[in-house]
Design a protein around this ligand. Sequence first.
Ligand code: NAD
Length: 435
Amino acid sequence: MKVSVVGVGYVGLVAAACLAEGGNHVVCVDNDQKKIDDLNQGVIPIYEPGLTEIVKKNVEAGRLIFTTDLSEGVAKSLLVFIGVGTPSADDGSADISAVLAVAKDVARCMDGYRIVVTKSTVPVGTHKKVSDIISSYTEHPFDYVSNPEFLKEGSAVDDFLKPDRVIIGTTNPAVMEIMKQLYAPFMRKKSRMIFMDPASAEMAKYAANAMLATRITFMNELSGLCDELGADIEMVRHGIGSDGRIGSSFLFAGLGYGGSCFPKDVRALSFMGDGCGCEMTLAKAVQAANYKQQDRFAERVIEYYKNRPETTLAAWGLAFKARTDDVRESPALRCVNKFIAAGIKVKAYDPEAMETAVADIDGKVEMGENAYDILNGCDGLVIMTDWQEFRSPAFDDIKDKLNKAVIFDGRNLYEPPFVAKQGIEYHSIGRVSVF
Ligand code: NAD
């Protein structure tokens, strides 16, 4: 099929490359000239495992092209995907101005029937706004599909190629058939394609993210109680995760959720509720508790060093989670900024996110080339992202290089008795500290 994808970010670029991998011809459109120039030179603007290879392969096969010219994309496509950002506005609502602007431009470029598909996460009711805009700027017929994206940064290519489910929000049977054909190459035995009306599809995306954020936050709040009462959150996790009704995923206590989706989507859900007189009390509580968890960790570290002037900490991890260079609303950055505000110096290392973190912490933090070099002269190590390479470190080196052998682990990467055996003081989340 002939497809265009407008907005070549984490979602758009992955979706475009994977759709091309499925045999479709895909035109990627973005209004960021530099991004398009880079892509045309083979430079992938984000870190996402497997993405470089799949982009290169499909560009070489002539199935994937990049342009800033929307009319070229629309002219060549039956399906036009919108994958631009929907960040939080100041009031917490989702800012859908980019989606609406693209809808208007797409309509102006249409020269015949098109199917416009929204991949961006958009508030319930956006399907009406987009449809109204398109019909007011073109005479040509069109159909609208809400097709929220569920990929996860860090495993985005795999998630798109082998989805658990694909949600298609349309009530038109002919369009359902086209969407079925488009996704057919990716549907596995366990994958499900679920059809529903556009409003429910829009809501399903917010519901999924808010549910996951709630699970994480519930465990994080329990971890605070475990700290106070001497229980072990890891044992609690095993205890409840083995219950089939609960399940074991998204129960890890840590620094709280971050990234470009959960925080803004939980906020947008709360805003939607306020807007129609149906207050989302749980979503609001989740949001507050998530910040509290990040601040509790930072304050614990600050309290520990309060009588040591001139403290320098080594920080492992800046990305909001492992396997991504994304630092949007990263708990690590929130903590680093709190350390700095408290007068603590920070040296940081992240395998992929140092460049993207520069905008937030440039000049405030000394970045290191590798995890171990930054330890020299530091008074402790703070772990904030669960990168694989931090999971089994050289504890001897950590101990030798630090002024004081102490680790604050915001991701519960190690077994406390094991770290204690290495002669390192170890503080983690919801577990007894060991010395
Ligand atoms: P992003 O910021 O990485 O990418 C957005 C892209 O859109 C940018 O390249 C930007 O230049 C481009 N853009 C903005 N306005 C444009 C315009 N008028 N014309 C052409 N291009 C334009 O965003 P993202 O992380 O890919 O997220 C996109 C959407 O997908 C959001 O609604 C997000 O909530 C949703 N989503 C994201 C993820 C994720 O893991 N990042 C997962 C699922 C859903």
